[in-house]
Design a protein around this ligand. Structure first.
Ligand SMILES: [Zn+2]
Length: 82
């Protein structure tokens, strides 16, 4: 995980967003303003990559939606024993 994503997670933890698990490695992030973004993750060579369909995510920036979903993704994968 890059420092960028770690910083984004730290920021995201202060913002109340809802993350819905859509199955596979796909998450729906709902902001307090009721904006909805879809975040997808894939693991290539042991590195996790995520994409969000918001403006920042499309520009390949580590946005807060990606960070929030990443925290949930980590929790799900840990509970599965991976
Ligand atoms: Zn985003």
């Amino acid at each position: 995980m890059t420092t960028n994503i770690q910083n984004a997670i730290a920021r995201a933890s202060k913002i109340k967003m809802t993350v819905k698990y859509l199955g596979g490695r796909t998450y729906l992030v709902i902001t307090p303003e009721a904006h909805k973004y879809v975040v997808r993750f894939e693991t290539i060579d042991g590195q996790r990559y995520g994409r969000c369909n918001c403006k920042a995510g499309v520009a390949r920036m580590a946005c807060k939606h990606l960070a929030k979903a990443a925290a949930v993704d980590t929790g799900i994968r840990n509970s599965q024993g991976h």
